[in-house]
Write a protein that binds this ligand. Structure first.
Ligand code: ATP
Length: 231
C-alpha cells in the first residue's frame, strides 16, 4: 500500500530471467522530493530493479505503484509518458545523429521543446550541438542522456550508475547537477560510488544477491562505511 507522500511504492517484487531469479521480495518506497540511493556489488540486482520499475522487465510477482497507480503491464513508453524517466547504465545514444538531433528525438517523445533547463544543467552541450553523438566522450554522452531525460520535466528519475567510468572532474559536475535536479525532481540513483551516493542521498537501500539487506535512513547512517557493511 502506498501512502500520500509516496511517489513510488514497490512491494514484494520478484523478478527472474528464465529460471534464474534476480530479485526476491523487494519492498521499497520513495517519497516525493527525496533522493534515494541504491547500492550493491556487481550482479546484486540494481539494474534489474530499475528496469522493472521502468517497464522493461516483467516481474514474476509483486506490485509497483507510481502516485498510487499500478505500473504493472504498462509499456515502458507509457511509464515514461507518466513522468517517470529511466537513464540506463549503457550511455546509449543515437551515435549517427548529432547532439541536436538526439535532443530533438527526446523533445518529440516528451512534447517538451524547451531546452533551457538542459543547457543550464549542461552548458557544454551547447557547443556540441552539431557533433555526432558517437564522437562524444563518456562524460558528454552522460550529459546528453540526462539532458534528454529531463525533457518533459519528469517527476521521478531512475538513474543507473551515472558516474561509472567517468573522470573525477565529470563526477563532481554530475554531483552538483543531481543536487540541483533534486530540487524539482525525485531521484533514485543506483551507484557503486559510495561517497558520491552518500553525499547526495537522503536514504540508501543496500542490495545483495537480489535482496534488500538494509535501508539506511538516518543522516548519520548514510555513509560509505555503513553501506559497506551490507554489501
Ligand atoms: P551491475 O552493477 O554489474 O550492473 P546489478 O546490481 O545492476 O549489477 P543486475 O544487472 O540487475 O545487477 O543483475 C542481477 C542478476 O541478474 C545477476 O546475477 C545477473 O547475472 C542476472 N542478469 C542480469 N541480466 C540478465 C539477463 N539479461 N539474462 C539473464 N540473467 C541476467
Amino acid at each position: 500500500m502506498s501512502d500520500a507522500g509516496d511517489i513510488l511504492t514497490v512491494s514484494g517484487l520478484s523478478v527472474a530471467y528464465g529460471a534464474s531469479r534476480a530479485l526476491f521480495d523487494i519492498d521499497m518506497r520513495v517519497r516525493r522530493g527525496e533522493v534515494v540511493g541504491c547500492v550493491g556489488r556487481n550482479g546484486a540486482g540494481k539494474t534489474t530493479l530499475l528496469k522493472s520499475i521502468a517497464g522493461f522487465l516483467k516481474p514474476s510477482s509483486g506490485s509497483i505503484e507510481c502516485d498510487g497507480k499500478s505500473l504493472l503491464g504498462l509499456p515502458a513508453y507509457a511509464i515514461a509518458g507518466m513522468g517517470l524517466k529511466y537513464v540506463p547504465q549503457d550511455k546509449r545514444v543515437f551515435s549517427d545523429l548529432t547532439v541536436r538531433e538526439n535532443l530533438e528525438l527526446g523533445s518529440y517523445a516528451s512534447r517538451d521543446y524547451d531546452w533551457t533547463p538542459v543547457i543550464s544543467y549542461f552548458p557544454k552541450l551547447k557547443s556540441l550541438m552539431d557533433r555526432k553523438a558517437g564522437y562524444l566522450s563518456g562524460g558528454e554522452r552522460q550529459m546528453l542522456m540526462i539532458g534528454r531525460a529531463i525533457l518533459g520535466r519528469p517527476s521521478l528519475m531512475l538513474v543507473d550508475e551515472p558516474t561509472e567510468g567517468l573522470a573525477p572532474s565529470i563526477v563532481l559536475q554530475l554531483k552538483e547537477v543531481f543536487r540541483e535536479l533534486s530540487k524539482t525532481t525525485t531521484l533514485v540513483i543506483v551507484e557503486q560510488n559510495l561517497p558520491l551516493v552518500c553525499a547526495i542521498a537522503d536514504r540508501v537501500y543496500a542490495l545483495n544477491e537480489g535482496r534488500i539487506m538494509a535501508e539506511l535512513r538516518e543522516r548519520a547512517d548514510v555513509t560509505p562505511e555503513s553501506c559497506e557493511r551490507y554489501l
